[in-house]
Design a protein around this ligand. Structure first.
Ligand SMILES: *Cc1c(COP(=O)(O)O)cnc(C)c1O
Length: 418
């Protein structure tokens, strides 16, 4: 089920703090991150799998790269799935040692390969060309390979990555020959990886992918190459709607680890959940600026738009919304919740029943922790918003809101235009 919040006297509380107080103290829009929930999510997924076999969680940090959030996961013992040199360096800055990070890039430049290799981070190779180039740049480097399993799953076509013909990974029919070539090139070959997509809610695609990986592991072993791990990627979905079921993690874990243990000698399973760990730990608070009846539709205009949270506009994603200072009050009408961006596609929610909204109300957008802040932008010259960490009745700033001056910082006007 979707995460629920505590209500005190008709006001939503997050980690023991009334949401409107957080909004008043830090301004809006603001992403509010609940530390206890991150730790709980991490432990849920880690415990579900490590009960059955040696498991390493590599948090897919593109979901949310705030340094404080990374610190929490570093303390929990997590590893990292990084997709760029920027993410690698951000995680090193947060205190992860290079051996806990795996780099999985796509369309990777020689420059980036060199930088990642020099930092001592394992590279999960995405193509034959990348392998040949890395052999020149960093001979003998520790590597694994991302394969295209021919199985895809996800909440939107835009985030399915594992289907046949995908831009990601080594095509199935080239996998075994690629491992043979990597062995000849002298790489330190550690494992095999696949990622089917993001936000899937059923166990089956994961099992189909695992069967593909297992068959490959056994073919690769016949070449005399012993793999240390299978990396099943991320993609564990979470419920975004009130009555939506969550994925049965125990079923997923027991089925997958059973397959691995019965059919291979692999000792270690790696998982790369991003969304699962941070999604429901973060709430976006946004203030109602304006209420409008167009004659056709009623609109609630808030101060967060697709510059702040792009998922509804980009993926058609559903985010549950509530008015924090009228929490649990009777609903009066249906509204579209829209932002301040000058595009008709700028919305956060369509057709929601809400208590009568008024300017100054503070709305909560649920499940905003994954691909929320990390995909936000400066479009319409709106500075990026603040992030706050809440724990046990205390709120701390973990990112200052940008200012308009920040938007000008890296621009130059040629003298002749002055
Ligand atoms: C994005 C990504 C993930 C995480 O996906 P989630 O749906 O957030 O769990 C994991 N692995 C790779 C390689 C990715 O690109």
């Amino acid at each position: 089920m979707m995460r629920d919040y505590e209500s005190k006297d008709g006001v939503m509380n997050i980690a023991g703090i009334p949401a409107p107080e957080i909004a008043a103290e830090f301004g809006t829009p603001v992403y509010v991150c609940d530390e206890a929930r991150i730790r709980e999510n991490y432990r849920n997924v880690h415990d579900a799998f490590s009960r059955y076999m040696d498991t390493r969680i590599h948090y897919a940090c593109k979901a949310n790269t705030n340094l404080a959030i990374l610190r929490i996961l570093e303390q929990e013992g997590s590893g990292i799935d990084a997709v760029s040199i920027g993410e690698v360096r951000t995680c090193l800055k947060a205190g992860f040692t290079p051996d806990r990070i795996m780099y999985t890039g796509t369309s990777v430049s020689d420059k980036e390969l060199k930088e990642v290799a020099e930092l001592g981070v394992m590279i999960n190779i995405d193509s034959v060309s990348e392998m040949e180039r890395l052999a020149e740049i960093a001979p003998g480097h520790p590597v694994s390979f991302r394969i295209t399993p021919g199985v895809g799953s996800g909440h939107s076509d835009k985030v399915i990555t594992g289907s046949k013909g995908s831009k990601f990974g080594i095509p199935l029919k080239e996998v075994v020959s690629t491992y043979a070539r990597a062995n000849d090139l002298g790489f330190d070959i550690r494992g095999i990886h696949a990622h089917i997509g993001s936000g899937g809610q059923s166990v089956e695609p994961f099992m189909d992918m695992m069967q593909v990986l297992i068959n490959l592991v056994n073919e690769i072993e016949e070449l005399g190459i012993n793999l240390k791990f299978i990396d099943m990627g991320g993609g564990i979905g979470v419920p975004y709607k009130p009555q939506e079921e969550e994925m049965d993690l125990n079923e997923l874990a027991s089925e997958l680890t059973d397959m691995i243990q019965m059919e291979t000698d692999i000792q270690t399973l790696i998982l790369e959940p991003g969304r699962y760990i941070v999604c429901d730990a973060v709430t976006l608070l946004t203030k109602v600026n304006d209420v409008k009846d167009s004659g056709v539709k009623k609109y609630v205009g808030v101060d967060a738009g697709f510059n702040t949270l792009i998922r509804p506009a980009f993926y058609d994603s559903y985010h549950y919304v509530a008015i924090t200072n009228k929490f649990g009050k009777a609903c009066t009408n249906r509204f579209d919740v829209v932002g301040p961006i000058c595009e008709s596609g700028d919305y956060l929610a369509h057709d929601r029943v809400l208590p009568e909204p008024e300017p100054g109300d503070i709305m909560a957008i649920y499940n905003a922790g994954a691909y929320g802040f990390s995909m936000s932008s400066n479009y319409n010259s709106r500075p990026l918003c603040a992030e706050v960490l809440v724990n046990d009745g205390k709120a701390e700033l973990i990112r200052e809101a940008e200012t308009v001056e920040d938007l000008w910082r890296h621009q130059r006007i040629p003298e002749r235009l002055m």
